[in-house]
Design a protein around this ligand. Structure first.
Ligand SMILES: C[S@@+](CC[C@H](N)C(=O)[O-])C[C@H]1O[C@@H](n2cnc3c(N)ncnc32)[C@H](O)[C@@H]1O
Length: 248
């Protein structure tokens, strides 16, 4: 009989990020993580955020939880977490990813809901927000879920992010942190700095900017079609996102 493969529960030689440029060329393969949920973030990102901005037994929120990367990391690091998504397919994935046994682990609560209206979360009850919204309609996550913000064009998306920022402010405890990963896009050859617009929205909602981190993207290699077009139409491929750390 084939021996059962032993699971690696933690990244090898993990070191906390120390500066404002983060880059994870090997996205991370420990625990139940994989790259199958489209646009999911590397587990190194929530691991760094959780370790720096929360402590054991805190209550964390990821209201755009997708494939559940943040849930797995919170559980392993003994943080309790609420994961919310509008898409039942994502929530099913989250359940699968989190049904492992682990000693001294956090509790995971998975909820179907809308990040703009988290009625089931009390005011000032959350110790850390760690989340990764869709970037307007760059990747569409569903076909016909009306509340899915990945259907919104940029202007509408930014309007809706005002409601998200207000909800973040309402549920977070004072002096605690709200970490949001956002990317930019390009239209008619020019960059649309969506991430800076989102930053302004969070500042207008009452947050202060604790850190602005540049996260390198490794899935946009300049080869073939993109290399040809980058030269032909003279534009640079976007190869970074921003991780904003806001404080209430
Ligand atoms: C970029 S993905 C999150 C990926 C996640 N960080 C991971 O590692 O798997 C964004 C998610 O936001 C969800 N979403 C879109 N609109 C939403 C809304 N109004 N409320 C909650 N979730 C929403 C999408 O269904 C998608 O799963």
């Amino acid at each position: 009989m084939e021996a059962k493969k032993s699971i690696k529960w933690e990244p090898e030689d993990f070191e906390l990020e120390m500066n404002t440029v983060w880059s994870f060329p090997n996205r991370g393969k420990w625990a139940t993580h994989d790259a199958k949920y489209r646009g999911n973030w590397s587990p190194y990102i929530p691991r760094n955020i959780l370790l720096r901005y929360s402590k054991e037994e805190d209550m964390v929120l990821d209201q755009f939880v997708g494939g559940g990367t943040t849930l797995v990391e919170a559980k392993l690091l003994n943080r309790n977490i609420i994961g919310v998504d509008v898409n039942p397919v994502a929530l099913e994935r989250c359940k699968e990813k989190c049904t492992f046994e682990y000693e001294n682990c956090g509790k995971v609560y998975i909820k179907h809901g809308d990040a703009r209206k988290l009625d089931f979360v009390e005011d000032e009850s959350i110790d850390l927000i760690c989340t990764h919204p869709p970037y307007a309609n760059i990747i569409e996550y569903s076909e016909d879920i009306r509340e899915d913000l990945s259907h919104c064009k940029i202007k509408e998306f930014l309007e809706q992010m005002k409601l998200v920022a207000a909800e973040c402010y309402r549920v977070l405890k004072k002096d605690k942190f709200c970490c949001i990963l956002m990317g930019d896009t390009r239209q008619k050859g020019c960059v649309v700095p969506m991430s800076f617009e989102v930053m302004k929205i969070f500042i207008e909602a009452g947050f202060t900017t604790k850190e602005i981190i540049i996260k390198e993207q490794h899935n946009c290699r300049a080869t073939g079609y993109w290399k040809t077009n980058s030269i032909k139409y003279n534009f640079l491929l976007l190869a970074h996102e921003y991780l904003f750390v806001f404080r209430k």
